[in-house]
Design a protein around this ligand. Structure first.
Ligand SMILES: [Zn+2]
Ligand SMILES: [Zn+2]
Length: 345
């Protein structure tokens, strides 16, 4: 199938994923004249960083999406259960993601979920055992089916938190990004040309290991979540200049009163915000997005079933952010970058 696109020239595409995405072309085509003239308040969004839990139905998510004009949502199953003091309201599965995408093929994009209890184990990353090998095999099998379009969220440097909704994330995770197991997942990203979304707060050593992973696997497609682990604009600028295989998602970076848009759940010297409390885009971040408009994605990062209630509010906060960018950059970050990434072979 040949797709002619005014923005990117003709693309030769043959996979079944292209077929699925082609169905929605009229709705969110990055190239349509309609989209070109839309303002930030109207442009469709692609939620590139979202999760899936047992206790949220496909219909409920679609209703949230429709309410905020979110055209498409990436589903990363959050497998974590409620044990050992944890309250995750998770228990999503990859099979559930495929089922939702089967029922709403133009709205959901399944990734192979990586928030699994078996991966909260430092030794498993540094010395992969049979369980790790099994997960690699299972992941490759799923990517081979063509039904999964990425992997994530890999949780490497993560701070525990509690929320007013009763969520308790208990694990203080610190797993090296350049570990043997991560390197094998990076190999899968390169082989199947799919993005891998990685959560890694950019403390100096954790960030250095992320850079090592990126350098060791130039063919892997690395999406460093939460604006490269909430790094500074100057640091992100340097990394994006040096590493063409690096992207950043802005998952939840517009939240206020908690969440990754604030100094939460703990403040470190390496943590930098994107917007102020009132939603004003910080000048250095605005300059960064305008300088690298094709390297960022947005996402509401609904990690727990009961937290989907904030979806409408967060979507509004994205529109406020987009309204402060040039129309071209706003469209790219709103949906075009995600659409292009998710279509690749
Ligand atoms: Zn995250
Ligand atoms: Zn997340």
């Amino acid at each position: 199938m040949t797709r002619h696109c005014c923005c990117h020239g003709p693309e030769l595409t043959v996979s079944r994923r292209t077929f699925a995405f082609g169905l929605v072309g009229g709705l969110v085509s990055a190239c349509s004249a309609m989209t070109r003239t839309m303002t930030a308040a109207q442009v469709p969004l692609v939620d590139f960083h979202a999760h899936l839990q047992k206790h949220i139905s496909a219909e409920e998510i679609v209703a949230y999406m429709d309410r905020s004009n979110v055209a498409r949502t990436v589903l990363m199953a959050l497998y974590y259960g409620d044990r050992g003091g944890a309250v995750n309201d998770g228990e999503g599965t990859d099979e559930q993601a495929v089922d939702y995408a089967g029922r709403f093929p133009t709205r959901f994009v399944p990734f192979v979920g990586m928030q699994r209890g078996i991966l909260v184990n430092r030794r498993r990353w540094t010395h992969p055992d049979g369980i790790a090998e099994g997960l690699l095999e299972e992941t490759e099998g799923k990517l081979k089916t063509g039904r999964f379009f990425g992997m994530g969220e890999f949780m490497l440097r993560f701070y525990p938190y509690t929320t007013e909704l009763g969520i308790v994330a208990v694990s203080d995770m610190d797993f090296p990004a350049d570990s043997p197991l991560m390197r094998q997942f990076a190999g899968l990203s390169a082989r199947y040309r799919v993005p891998m979304i990685i959560h890694c707060e950019a403390e100096p050593e954790a960030a250095a290991r992320m850079v090592r992973l990126i350098e060791l696997h130039p063919e892997a497609i690395i999406v460093w979540a939460h604006n490269c682990g909430r790094s500074s604009a100057s640091q992100i600028r340097e990394w994006l200049s040096r590493h063409p295989n690096l992207y950043a998602d802005l998952g939840l970076m517009v939240s206020r009163g908690g969440g990754y848009g604030t100094y939460w759940p703990r403040r470190t010297p390496w943590m930098h915000l994107v917007v102020t409390d009132d939603g004003t885009l910080l000048p250095e971040m605005k300059a960064l997005f305008e300088a690298f408009p094709e390297r960022f994605f947005l996402g509401n990062d609904r990690a727990h079933a009961r937290a989907w209630i904030y979806h409408p509010y967060l979507s509004e906060r994205w529109r406020l952010l987009l309204s402060q960018l040039s129309p071209d950059t706003a469209r790219k970050i709103a949906s075009e970058n995600a659409e292009r990434m998710l279509r690749r072979q």
